[in-house]
Design a protein around this ligand. Structure first.
Ligand SMILES: *[C@@H]1O[C@H](CO)[C@@H](O)[C@H](O)[C@H]1NC(C)=O
Ligand SMILES: *[C@@H]1O[C@H](CO)[C@@H](O)[C@H](O)[C@H]1NC(C)=O
Ligand SMILES: *[C@@H]1O[C@H](CO)[C@@H](O)[C@H](O)[C@H]1NC(C)=O
Ligand SMILES: *[C@@H]1O[C@H](CO)[C@@H](O)[C@H](O)[C@H]1NC(C)=O
Ligand SMILES: *[C@@H]1O[C@H](CO)[C@@H](O)[C@H](O)[C@H]1NC(C)=O
Ligand SMILES: *[C@@H]1O[C@H](CO)[C@@H](O)[C@H](O)[C@H]1NC(C)=O
Ligand SMILES: *[C@@H]1O[C@H](CO)[C@@H](O)[C@H](O)[C@H]1NC(C)=O
Ligand SMILES: *[C@@H]1O[C@H](CO)[C@@H](O)[C@H](O)[C@H]1NC(C)=O
Ligand SMILES: *[C@@H]1O[C@H](CO)[C@@H](O)[C@H](O)[C@H]1NC(C)=O
Ligand SMILES: *[C@@H]1O[C@H](CO)[C@@H](O)[C@H](O)[C@H]1NC(C)=O
Ligand SMILES: *[C@@H]1O[C@H](CO)[C@@H](O)[C@H](O)[C@H]1NC(C)=O
Ligand SMILES: *[C@@H]1O[C@H](CO)[C@@H](O)[C@H](O)[C@H]1NC(C)=O
Length: 464
């Protein structure tokens, strides 16, 4: 038996990796252990150690790999990864909360760091990532940005990376994150974060990018309860094309301006051929206010950061029942704060073109630029948005405003924007009612309060 040592060494010590030259094929530990969900992460690490440079790593079809511990498969070189089986992530929440790897940004963390140079990661023949996120949604109880709740997969420190066909069902938190990378393409991505109990899936972004350049996201379908695609600070030269979003916050630049010590620059981003069904928003830019209210808790506090968002195009959008189709907010998380008009992020040269379909309420757009940086170079062309009720011949309820509202504040020489209302500085991301007219019957609604508050501020300013 010992004579077989050289041949079987890998199998015995690494769990279940079959190496054939530069190709490593993985088999799950459960096959050797009466179907028990033994952790496959050690053998996966072994496979990448053996075949991660000038090699291939294959997860064969019809096998379930149990991932019970964090994975760090970075610094790969000329490596092709093929996922045909299921990666099933464990639900030992205390373990993940204390072991997930930091991604630095917002003090968030991740369950899997993946990357390298000249790498492909293809999912095919039904290969998928089962985040087992229900356990996360249920214990999280709708709280925002729970510390330690891990991003499903982070593409880190990568150059020339292609990720094709990745399917992530019930991601634990954000589904994918690209950071410190260059030339990363994610194509044919499918994400579905749907909860089967009363708790929402909160913070299950489909895609986020940060500190990365030359990126592509093409052909994706994302169902979730946060941003469909979110572009964070220091993302440049990003193309997002042919994405279908269900029930989420659509295409977002931001939020940016959270941290005073690290300015955010976002330049040359195009979103095109986008469909949003029953979304909260479709095409937006969101920044923090200009003062800092403590940076100590993950994504939920901060502000005071500076930077620039420039050369952004949103074009060819089909929207269906979207609550707030087009927005710039420079005070996205401090709607009740008094310093809403102080954002230090400059926003310039933004085009919305060929955005067509229906809004849920009587509002098509709300563009609020801060007093510090009024926005030059904003342009609308071929915007045709009608409220769902209007398409049905029904009135908009509880308002005298039956036509679409286009709210605007601090726009410098805008082109084609049919402004017919002032945008309140504190108009939030989640719109739940029509913009109200000025008559008394509308008292009590959130939006009326917002308009009144702005009105009061204007009156005060006029007195001084
Ligand atoms: C996986 O299972 C499907 C359905 O049973 C089968 O058609 C396919 O050939 C199997 N693939 C492999 C590699 O065993
Ligand atoms: C991940 O592994 C690489 C070696 O490939 C190592 O340099 C790096 O420190 C590890 N990262 C973390 C967060 O442990
Ligand atoms: C990655 O691919 C590029 C383009 O083919 C090549 O120039 C570069 O040397 C490759 N990098 C490595 C580490 O092999
Ligand atoms: C970062 O998150 C960890 C838990 O993941 C927490 O212990 C720590 O206090 C957080 N730090 C900050 C600055 O929020
Ligand atoms: C990032 O990748 C490069 C190779 O492209 C490598 O030299 C470097 O060590 C990696 N950095 C980290 C922190 O892993
Ligand atoms: C970008 O990466 C792709 C692989 O995804 C590669 O084919 C292409 O050559 C890379 N582009 C550059 C400029 O290196
Ligand atoms: C997402 O999953 C839910 C629940 O399983 C399902 O009802 C819905 O159809 C899925 N969405 C897509 C786009 O497949
Ligand atoms: C949690 O969020 C979900 C989805 O948004 C919502 O339906 C539910 O009412 C919320 N539950 C509580 C207790 O707030
Ligand atoms: C758009 O993406 C969807 C979903 O990935 C895909 O089925 C469709 O073929 C793509 N359309 C085009 C024109 O590439
Ligand atoms: C803008 O980004 C795209 C990739 O989406 C790239 O092809 C183009 O060259 C960039 N434009 C400039 C001026 O850098
Ligand atoms: C963005 O890049 C600039 C340098 O160009 C740097 O000063 C800043 O800290 C970076 N911001 C972030 C969020 O990393
Ligand atoms: C649309 O019309 C229906 C029926 O009159 C009404 O119940 C609903 O509140 C209206 N929706 C809006 C957003 O006003």
């Amino acid at each position: 038996m010992r004579l077989l040592l050289p041949l079987t060494l890998v199998t015995l010590t690494a769990g279940y990796v079959h190496q054939d030259g530069s190709t490593c094929t993985l088999y799950p530990e459960s096959l050797n252990n009466d179907g028990q969900a033994i952790d496959d992460a050690p053998s996966i690490h072994k496979a990448f150690d053996l075949c991660g440079h000038d090699g291939q790593v294959i997860f064969p079809a019809n096998h379930t790999f149990n991932i019970n511990s964090v994975m760090n498969t970075t610094n790969l070189v000329n490596c092709d990864v093929t996922l045909r089986g299921e990666l099933r992530w464990s639900t030992d929440i205390p373990y993940w909360l204390s072991h997930s790897y930091s991604v630095v940004f917002q003090n968030q963390s991740t369950a899997w760091l993946f990357g390298g140079e000249n790498v492909t990661f293809r999912s095919e023949e039904g290969g998928w990532y089962n985040g087992n996120g229900q356990a996360w949604y249920t214990q999280n109880k709708n709280q925002s940005n729970q510390p330690g709740r891990p991003i499903s997969i982070t593409f880190y420190n990568s150059t020339n990376l292609l990720v094709d066909g990745l399917t992530i069902i019930q991601p634990q938190f954000w589904a994918t994150f690209v950071s410190y990378s260059k030339n990363v393409s994610i194509t044919n991505l499918f994400v579905n974060a749907t909860s089967d109990d009363q708790w929402g899936t909160v913070n299950t972004d489909g895609y986020d990018s940060w500190n990365s350049d030359s990126l592509l996201v093409e052909n994706a379908v994302v169902t979730n309860q946060d941003d469909c695609i979110a572009v964070k600070g220091n993302t440049t030269n990003l193309m997002v094309r042919n994405i279908t979003c269900y029930g989420n916050y659509g295409m977002a630049i931001g939020s940016v301006g959270q941290y005073p010590l690290t300015p955010d620059y976002v330049q040359n981003v195009t979103f095109e051929n986008i469909k949003c069904h029953n979304c909260q928003e479709a095409a937006l830019i969101k920044t923090w206010q200009g003062d800092n209210d403590d940076s100590s808790s993950n994504g939920d506090s901060g502000g005071g950061g500076s930077g620039l968002v420039k050369d952004i195009t949103f074009r060819n959008f089909e929207i269906n029942n979207v609550a707030l189709p087009i927005q710039i907010s420079q005070c996205i998380y401090s709607e009740s704060g008094s310093t809403c008009n102080t954002s230090k992020i400059a926003i310039e040269d933004i085009t919305w073109s060929n955005i067509k379909g229906t809004s849920r309420y009587n509002i098509a757009s709300s563009i609020y630029c801060s007093d510090v940086h009024p926005c030059p170079g904003l342009k609308f062309e071929d915007i045709e948005i009608q409220s769902v009720n209007s398409t049905l011949g029904l009135p908009m309820w509880g308002t005298t405003l039956q036509d679409e509202v286009y709210q605007c504040t601090n726009i410098v020489d805008g082109e084609g924007i049919p402004c017919n209302h002032a945008a309140p500085s504190n108009y939030g991301q989640t719109v739940t009612s029509n913009v109200q007219g000025t008559d008394a019957s509308t008292e009590g609604s959130e939006n009326t309060e917002a308009m009144n508050k702005k009105g009061k501020q204007e009156k005060l300013a006029a007195k001084q």
